[in-house]
Design a protein around this ligand. Structure first.
Ligand SMILES: [Zn+2]
Ligand SMILES: [Zn+2]
Length: 246
């Protein structure tokens, strides 16, 4: 049994989005049904919608920065209950058996993780993302969102956030470290805030000074513009870690 869900979809590459319906599977024993409150717009959504990262499967419903509320749970679900605030990121399944899956690196699944949209699940069904009213996801690929974080703030953390948090954490960012963040767009502005919160000395490297006020507001200690003569030469050898978001 399946359910018809309202969605914003693009029927072919580079066409406008339109309102339509998609089919979601019925909730299985390990699934949760989520009523979506917000979905971030990741730049990869734009690339995928335009079929710039072929092969695109159409109609396509992008969105992998999803925040919402659990409205139904399968009979084997233990991690969530109806009413929980939850999020879903870039992928919604993996084999669960291989070495990467068993060590918490499901994104590197040997079978290929099932991406949240423009992907095929293990039954061969095309996946549809967060530009829709509801999504059905296996509980292991759903995260809790704390009360203190608003849905619209939490959603972009599910892709842009984790993308920059992961290397900062991996390289043990902390007090006494000099961290550079190259570029201050969707990813960079997250990296700056995380690195600052982790206690590092943070330098933003951007093309111009246009984002300096924002950057310092986000916690940067220093800001350099590559359009200014000699910027990179002066910084040579000064950083412990460089996060390149360009
Ligand atoms: Zn993304
Ligand atoms: Zn696997």
């Amino acid at each position: 049994m399946t359910t018809q869900i309202s969605a914003l979809l693009t029927p072919a590459p580079s066409t406008a989005f339109e309102r339509g319906t998609i089919t979601r599977r019925a909730v299985r024993p390990d699934d949760v049904l989520i009523k979506i409150a917000y979905a971030g717009i990741c730049h990869s959504d734009i690339h995928n919608a335009r079929d710039e990262w072929a092969p695109g499967m159409y109609p396509m419903v992008p969105g992998h920065e999803i925040a919402g509320i659990v409205t139904e749970i399968g009979k084997n679900v233990t991690k969530f209950k109806v009413g929980d605030r939850v999020g879903v990121g870039c992928f919604v399944d993996s084999c669960g058996q291989c070495e990467p899956c068993r060590t918490g690196e499901e994104q590197f699944c040997d079978q290929g993780a099932v991406m949240t949209y423009n992907s095929k699940d293990y039954d061969g069904e095309i996946t549809y993302g967060g530009y829709s009213t509801h999504i059905v996801v296996k509980q292991d690929y759903v995260l809790h969102i704390p009360e203190a974080i608003a849905f619209e703030t939490a959603a972009p953390l599910l892709c842009a956030g984790i993308t920059t948090y992961s290397p900062l954490r991996h390289w043990k960012t902390g007090p006494g470290m000099n961290v550079a963040v190259i570029g201050m767009g969707g990813l960079g502005h997250m990296a700056v805030q995380y690195a600052h919160a982790m206690g590092a000395h943070v330098t933003i490297i951007s093309q111009t000074r246009s984002k300096e006020d924002d950057g310092r507001h986000f916690g940067a200690n220093d800001y350099r513009a590559t359009s200014e003569e000699g910027t990179l030469k002066a910084l040579r050898g000064t950083f412990d870690l460089i996060i390149n978001t360009v």
